[in-house]
Write a protein that binds this ligand. Structure first.
Ligand SMILES: [Zn+2]
Ligand SMILES: [Zn+2]
Length: 267
């Protein structure tokens, strides 16, 4: 079963219109597409959904038009500080692209120099920065219970760039991230294994880091594989490698969305 639940379009910061993506998916034998526009945020208009009604109408139109040919789902990727109306969507991906502390906004998913400035605000202490990020994100996950936890360790986005290497080879960071993950992974919570940063050249491995996948398995969490695609050609980017990694970690199933909710299916 080949489905991507994390797909951006021209309704937010993606390159292609939803129908072009559905047509591409059908041509390429993909079983389903879940659209997940970036939910509206008042603190960054540059990347988010502004035409909510237009988006919902268009995805619902595609659902009907292509019924029987491909499964189309209406999702949203909401930012942890800007909740979207849950009842209007088939599912919610909950992500933390920004966190706020003492009235200050920390954009950890923007350009590299923004990340550097976030770190400077913590006097260069990457563990303090990571702790602040996970505190905020985990609080949101427990309160909101999004259907899918989006790119859990996004804080490590720039870690493989030259001169970085702050997190992924630091045992203190990895232990910290494991503890936070274990605190929110119970009750079969679903995390995405997100290949987007690999596709865009930031990283060589998907989110979450392998160590966190082992912690997730141990805590009883569940997984989907997603590409965080911003162009139709990358709809299922890196899925085979991600599934291979998941099998090595010990997962044998991934979650797929059905009319009766999320079901574990053989990988
Ligand atoms: Zn995201
Ligand atoms: Zn995304």
């Amino acid at each position: 079963m080949l489905v991507n639940y994390h797909t951006h379009t021209t309704f937010c910061d993606g390159k292609d219109e939803p129908e072009a993506i559905v047509a591409y998916a059908i041509e390429n034998g993909i079983d389903g597409v879940g659209f997940s526009a970036h939910g509206y945020t008042s603190y960054d208009y540059s990347y988010c959904l502004r035409d909510l009604e237009g988006y919902i109408a268009e995805i619902n139109r595609l659902k009907e038009k292509y019924a029987g040919k491909i499964a189309v789902w209406l999702g949203v990727e909401e930012d942890s500080r800007s909740l979207m109306p849950r009842e209007r969507f088939d599912y919610i991906i909950g992500s933390c692209h920004y966190f706020f502390l003492d009235g200050k906004c920390y954009p950890i998913d923007s350009a590299h120099d923004y990340f550097t400035r976030c770190l400077q605000a913590f006097n260069g202490d990457e563990l303090k920065l990571a702790k602040a990020y996970y505190e905020h994100f985990c609080e949101y996950i427990l309160a909101r219970k999004p259907d899918i936890v989006g790119h859990f360790d996004l804080i490590t986005k720039f870690d493989e760039l030259d001169g970085e290497d702050r997190f992924l080879h630091d045992e203190k960071y990895l232990s910290l991230a494991e503890r936070y993950l274990a605190s929110v992974a119970g009750n079969g919570r679903i995390f995405e294994v997100n290949t987007g940063a690999v596709c865009r050249g930031y990283r060589t491995t998907p989110y979450p880091h392998e160590r966190l996948l082992y912690a997730l398995k141990k805590a009883g969490g569940r997984v989907t594989v997603s590409s965080d695609s911003h162009a139709k050609e990358t709809l299922c980017f890196g899925f085979e490698e991600a599934k291979k990694l998941l099998k090595e970690v010990g997962f044998s199933t991934v979650c797929v969305l059905t009319e009766n909710g999320w079901k574990d299916t053989e990988m």
